[in-house]
Design a protein around this ligand. Structure first.
Ligand SMILES: [Zn+2]
Length: 620
């Protein structure tokens, strides 16, 4: 279904299609009638870079693994040869990314007291609990449980499940997905969170972060297969193994205990508290919902093993000719899953990560070459190759919390995570349609190629929240994401059926597996067309004084508006009111790491001096 919140933008996009359809198509760009228009992007070079990155000598490119040094060497050599400048820390090509691995040690103890003697709970069978707080041992003794509904604080949707409740020392019990996921027509919340389409508020990561912002000791989500979009087996697959960037503020970002409980256990928990789980779910769909204390306590005791890992992002740049302090960023992740157990029919267990995301990285390298050859852009163009995406978007998270180019003046982030290898296509699938104005530029650029944009056919899969662009999106930077496995493209040869077949085959057979390896038989012309689209849109943003914007229904619009002053834009009363409404030194109520009122904010830029010569060069 197309959710209602998206309809305005889609109508706008449709009118743009109509406009651009009147324009003359580029000769030879009509699908099926000539060579596909790939602009400056070469399918052959995409293939050559991918072949090098997927090579066995790089051992599957695990962050901090035996292939990291070789990977970084290859990437920096390519960026240097392209003619771009080092864009990392202190004039280097890299940014240090300190990571932490957290492993729950065997035989963790959990119990739930529901009015009687405590009932022991088994890890992976009843619950799946882990932590992202450093320490050798995690203990919680008889912590009270509080049901907080969907655990959502969404000021732009006039929604607050917590209602100021203090969760200190307590454990939040939270429903998965967002409040209108199961709402019926006529209910007050119906459509308020985009219906079946996922929002950030429905994601488990958000729910943990929000519980931490309310001071919770723990956050446990009730697992439901439909709402989570995956079965319990997926929840327990991590086996308590988690990663994070090294943080000085881990205690404010993560509750001490994070995890899931089985639906059947939740039913028992609510029953023994004299409550009905299903009736409370209905109550949680009302904006008037307030947290409900449960007559139960939770205890935990387990040992942890923490390991520190130093990995690196690789970053190149072309300084802007006219507005160097403003930037546009192209990104992909260089890491893959390293070497695992030997796979059947293979000599080893190297998970090459050729398509995920070797091809995205190859795309960024091609963009660097294309931008370096063209006229120098007005804004600084940044080429970022992140580490540790597969560990939870961590290289990009580190960057977003330690930005080299201020996020306030990063005009846009373009991310590629998986490109298709099945040949030229008549369309390109856009993940997370309806989020920002870059999508309109994208539709126009696609029309110039003689192609169309197909909106994400599975917004309920929440792919928009599952790639590196999201690390900066949730902090307000407008983004555009290409994810070749989101849905099948309409291929020039074989149509949508062939595109779907490619996605299905890749997803079931090779995704994150040994078989995700480089193949000389690939047809990368479709991938090159897609990269060329980002080149067109990105070039437009890099040469414009305009700031791309989020749509009014986006979760990230207010977060961006908080920093309007940095972009020379008038202050946003809505964003100001939101900051003002927060208690002094109180919790953050925005999902994106915006500081609470009274917290030291970054310095706004000095008033612009007259004339380009008077403008100071940016400090990098
Ligand atoms: Zn990926």
């Amino acid at each position: 279904m197309v959710p209602r919140m998206r309809s305005t933008l889609l109508a706008l996009a449709a009118s743009l299609f109509a406009l651009s359809a009147a324009a003359q198509p580029t000769p030879g760009s009509s699908p099926g009638l000539g060579p596909p228009n790939t602009g400056p992007i070469s399918p052959e070079r995409l293939s050559a870079d991918d072949k090098a990155l997927a090579d066995k000598s790089l051992a599957g490119r695990a962050p901090g693994g035996p292939g990291e040094a070789g990977t970084i060497k290859y990437l920096t050599e390519q960026l240097k040869a392209a003619g771009v400048k080092p864009g990392g820390e202190k004039g280097a090509w890299t940014q240090d990314v300190p990571l932490m691995r957290f492993e729950v040690q065997p035989n963790p103890k959990f119990s739930l007291a529901m009015g009687g003697p405590p009932k022991d709970l088994a890890q992976t069978k009843d619950v799946m609990i882990w932590t992202q707080r450093p320490g050798a041992r995690v203990q919680a003794k008889a912590a009270p449980l509080v049901f907080v509904g969907y655990g959502v604080t969404a000021p732009e949707r006039q929604w607050d499940d917590y209602k100021g409740a203090d969760l200190k020392g307590k454990i939040a019990v939270i429903l998965i997905n967002d409040p209108d996921f199961e709402a019926k027509p006529g209910e007050p919340v119906f459509g308020r969170f985009g219906g079946q389409a996922a929002t950030y508020y429905g994601r488990w990561i958000y729910k943990f972060e929000e519980a931490a912002r309310h001071g919770a000791l723990g956050a446990i989500i009730v697992h439901e297969t439909a709402g989570a979009a995956y079965p319990w087996s997926t929840v327990v697959a991590s086996n308590g193994d988690a990663y994070d960037i090294q943080r000085t503020d881990a205690a404010t970002v993560h509750p001490l205990l994070q995890g899931w409980m089985q639906l059947s256990l939740a039913g028992e928990l609510f029953r023994k508290s004299g409550l009905d789980f299903d009736a409370l779910k209905v109550r949680a769909r009302s904006p008037a919902f307030t947290p409900v204390p449960l007559k139960a306590t939770f205890s935990a005791d387990f040992a942890m093993k923490d390991t520190r890992i130093l990995s690196h992002n690789v970053i190149g740049k072309i300084p802007g000719a006219k507005r160097p302090a403003e930037s546009v960023m192209f990104a992909a992740h260089w890491d893959a899953f390293g070497e695992g157990p030997r796979a059947e029919g293979s000599a080893d267990g190297v998970r090459h990560g050729a398509i995920d995301d070797g091809l995205g990285v190859a795309g960024v390298l091609e963009l660097a070459r294309a931008f370096a050859k063209g006229p120098r852009p007005q804004r600084t163009v940044v080429f970022a190759l992140w580490t540790a995406e597969e560990r939870g978007l961590l290289g990009s998270e580190w960057y977003a919390t330690h930005p080299i180019y201020p996020l306030e003046t990063t005009a846009a982030n373009f991310t590629m995570d998986v490109l298709q290898t099945a040949g030229p296509s008549r369309d390109v699938v856009l993940v997370g349609a309806g989020q920002d104005s870059l999508e309109l530029d994208f539709a126009k650029a696609a029309a110039r190629q003689g192609r169309t944009v197909t909106p994400d056919p599975h917004p309920e899969k929440a792919l928009f929240y599952r790639a590196d662009h999201f690390s900066v999106a949730k902090r307000g930077v407008p983004t555009l994401l290409l994810m070749g496995m989101a849905a099948g493209p309409d291929l020039v040869i074989g149509g949508r059926a062939a595109g779907d077949a490619w996605v299905n085959d890749y997803t079931t057979r090779c995704y994150h597996q040994v078989c995700d390896d480089w193949n000389p038989l690939w047809d990368l012309r479709g991938a090159a067309q897609d990269v060329a689209l980002l080149y067109e849109v990105g070039r437009g943003v890099a040469n414009s004084p305009r700031w791309p914007e989020w749509t009014t229904t986006s979760e990230f619009k207010l977060i961006r508006e908080v920093t309007n002053v940095f972009r020379g834009l008038p202050p946003s009363p809505a964003a100001a009111a939101l900051l003002q409404a927060q208690p002094p030194g109180g919790v953050q109520t925005l999902p994106g790491g915006v500081p609470p009122a009274g917290a030291p904010a970054a310095k706004p830029p000095p008033a612009p001096a007259k004339g380009p010569a008077a403008r100071p060069a940016p400090k990098r």
